[in-house]
Design a protein around this ligand. Structure first.
Ligand code: 48C
Length: 375
């Protein structure tokens, strides 16, 4: 009898436990399905030893997100039905803004980026004789590039001793990175992708938020500010304004990883000016370098080197922002009506003096002439 009673009560306890467990399971399932899979761990215990109490509160990590309101600012009211420019394309079909003068308010943008304490890395390569361009490059960058923000100049060179001594404004520093040189100027140009990729992983990801990667035989000639910053951006090449895509000098040989068929292509992007967050620039440069190495293994080199691979990347990984030709023009060229500013210009250089003679002859016979067709 006693045994029987004992067994009955044990069985009843087990049954109750099972019910309790099933209910708990059901409740938690419903709770998760309502809240979806966004799990925000809650901080639930706050202790205050002074008054020896424990507060049970429910704080989600969403409550910890920083609030960054702008200060009061005075500026002209934007007009929803009055476009800022009608002479140029202001936005791409995938809704990436194209940056033209008078299409943005730099004061608002500066306030936003200052709040985020943004840090910008400017990468430039000065290999072999190209170190002659460093003085002008850095001096004009001091005047016009991201003035008032934190800037790291990353100077890749095989000749660190050629680095001129230039006093930088506050919040800006210059880092010289000693790297290998290559015999052919095309190789020097193309290997930039590999080196930017590797340094992004090793160093840049820890030091800056954005990278701007440009040619060195250039000078800044007007403001280049945070309006250019976006996840990943490219720049319209000055030699290609509105011409038909089949006339773009993309790589057209199917054997190359940079191949683009005549019926595809959005814009022709300049090889010497791209950038974005370190993460996105890492992906871009990794793609371009890998594609180049594949071609190299197949004894093929895209017609315009790193620029060809960059255009291939941007065809299938659309840039989130595009810089107009204001951000890349050529010194000595005429100034068409649509070009309100020339912010960064390619210096007229004597290729003979600066590149290997042999390559110069080869280049003269190439399509270089119609590469810089008149706009
Ligand atoms: O630093 C060098 N040294 C070279 O001998 C050849 C190229 N370069 C880098 O590659 C420079 O940063 C150049 O600006 C860039 C290739 N771009 C040009 O030469 C013209 N701006 C197209």
């Amino acid at each position: 009898m006693q045994q029987e009673k004992y067994e009955k009560s044990g069985g009843r306890k087990y049954f109750l436990f099972l019910i309790y467990f099933m209910v708990l399971l059901l409740v938690s399932f419903c709770w998760f399905s309502i809240r979806g899979n966004r799990s925000y761990p809650d901080i639930s215990i706050l202790c205050s030893p002074q008054i020896r109490t424990v507060h049970i509160v429910n704080i989600s990590q969403l409550d910890l997100l920083p609030d960054l309101p702008l200060e009061r600012m005075m500026y002209e009211q934007p007009k929803a039905l009055k476009p800022l420019r009608t002479d140029v394309l202001m936005v791409t079909p995938w809704l990436a803004p194209i940056i033209w003068d008078s299409s943005f308010n730099i004061d608002i943008l500066n306030a936003q980026f200052h709040q985020k304490n943004v840090r910008i890395g400017l990468t430039v390569f000065a290999i072999k004789k190209y170190t002659v361009f460093l003085q002008t490059f850095v001096e004009t960058a001091e005047k016009f590039f991201m003035v008032g923000h934190k800037v790291n100049y990353y100077i890749f060179t095989d000749r660190p001793n050629d680095m001129p001594n230039i006093t930088l404004a506050e919040g800006r520093q210059l880092v010289v990175l000693k790297v290998l040189s290559y015999k052919r100027w095309q190789e020097v140009s193309m290997r930039r992708m590999e080196m930017i990729r590797d340094y992004s992983k090793e160093r840049f990801i820890h030091e800056v938020d954005y990278l701007v990667c440009v040619d060195v035989d250039m000078k800044f000639s007007d403001e280049v500010g945070v309006e250019i910053l976006s996840d990943v951006f490219g720049t319209l090449h000055p030699g290609y304004n509105g011409g038909p895509r089949e006339r773009f000098t993309y790589e057209r040989r199917k054997a190359s990883t940079a191949y683009i068929p005549p019926d595809e292509g959005d814009f022709y992007y300049a090889g010497g000016y791209f950038g974005g967050t370190v993460e996105e620039v890492y992906k871009l440069t990794n793609f371009c370098h890998t594609a180049m190495m594949t071609d190299k293994g197949n004894n093929i080199e895209a017609v315009w080197h790193d620029e060809s691979y960059l255009n291939k990347y941007f065809l299938y990984h659309k840039p989130t922002k595009i810089l107009s030709q204001e951000y890349l023009w050529v010194e000595g060229w005429g100034v068409p009506e649509f070009l309100k500013k020339r912010r960064f210009v390619a210096l007229q250089k004597n290729h003979n003096a600066i590149r290997n003679k042999r390559d110069l002859d080869r280049m003269r016979n190439s399509r270089m002439r119609n590469k810089f067709q008149k706009y």
